[in-house]
Design a protein around this ligand. Structure first.
Ligand SMILES: [Zn+2]
Length: 276
């Protein structure tokens, strides 16, 4: 499943293709949304942004198209005159402007929302601060996570809870915990206040790094060296994620694989010791 950085990159591309342009043609692939086509046609797209893993396309009609890709959704953006890519996927949204055509395939979690629905949306309204929303300060992140409501939870569950910090999925969870030197089972209220602050800072740092480095979460220099040694991106992109059985890049201990809530988590038992 794409995580915050991947969705953010798609939002940037969509924004470049659609923002401040008129909707010349719009189609929804789901019958329940067909009625919105005549409402949205000829409106201006005012903004495209992601929040966590949700995509929000707002128009001057007062309505916003919300979509969540979940496992299979995929956006395809091409110049308007270009033929549609051959695919067996189901077309779910098509938006055409004077320059580009954006198509969303396979996703089914799609809604058209007015401002009130948007503010009270059951998924969106529960989202914590987006790690890639740089209008939110580090203090803002820390204040949110130290509000008391997360205290009793273990980090391995908390980091995937989108109400804690939005945008973290499987690979970011493992990589953030490694960089913070925290064992996945550590309870949030067992952290000292300095560690909580560091966790927020590291969560943003790793997420931003993944955005800037196209999914690579290790330091740029280390990645370059490993690349020069002949490793593939899959082999060098992470500290611990999908590296179970291999030596930790920092201490040489064997990386351990576990599953939490059915989802992959890898960690270094030496760099991330369990608190006793
Ligand atoms: Zn280690």
């Amino acid at each position: 499943m794409p995580e915050g950085p991947e969705i953010y990159r798609v939002a940037q591309k969509l924004s470049k293709a659609l923002s401040n342009k008129k909707v010349l043609s719009i189609e929804f692939g789901l019958d329940r949304l067909k009625g919105w086509e005549e409402v949205l046609i000829n409106s201006m797209i005012t903004s495209v942004r992601s929040h966590g893993k949700a995509m929000l396309i707002s128009t001057d009609s007062g309505y916003t198209i919300y979509s969540h890709n979940q496992l299979y959704g995929r956006w395809d953006i091409r110049l308007s005159k270009t033929a549609e890519r051959k695919t067996n996927r189901s077309l779910r949204i098509l938006i055409e402007t004077s320059t580009h055509t954006a198509r969303l395939y396979s996703a089914s979690d799609i809604e058209v929302l007015d401002a009130i629905d948007l503010a009270s949306h059951p998924f969106l309204s529960k989202l914590g601060p987006d790690l890639l929303d740089f209008d939110i300060s580090e203090n803002g992140l820390v204040k949110h996570i130290t509000s008391g409501r997360f205290d009793r939870r273990a980090l391995q569950h908390l980091l995937l809870d989108q109400s804690f910090l939005a945008g973290i999925g499987n690979y970011l969870r493992s990589e953030i915990l490694f960089e913070a030197g925290l064992h996945p089972k550590t309870r949030f209220n067992n952290l000292e206040s300095k560690q909580k602050q560091e966790l927020a800072i590291i969560a943003r740092k790793i997420t931003k790094r993944a955005l800037d480095q196209n999914g690579i979460t290790i330091d740029y220099e280390i990645a370059e060296n490993l690349k020069n040694e002949g490793l593939t991106k899959r082999q060098y992109r992470h500290w611990v994620f999908t590296r179970d059985g291999e030596p930790c890049r920092r201490c040489g201990s064997t990386i351990i694989h576990t599953r939490v809530g059915g989802r992959r988590l890898d960690y270094c038992p030496s760099c991330q010791p369990e608190l006793t």
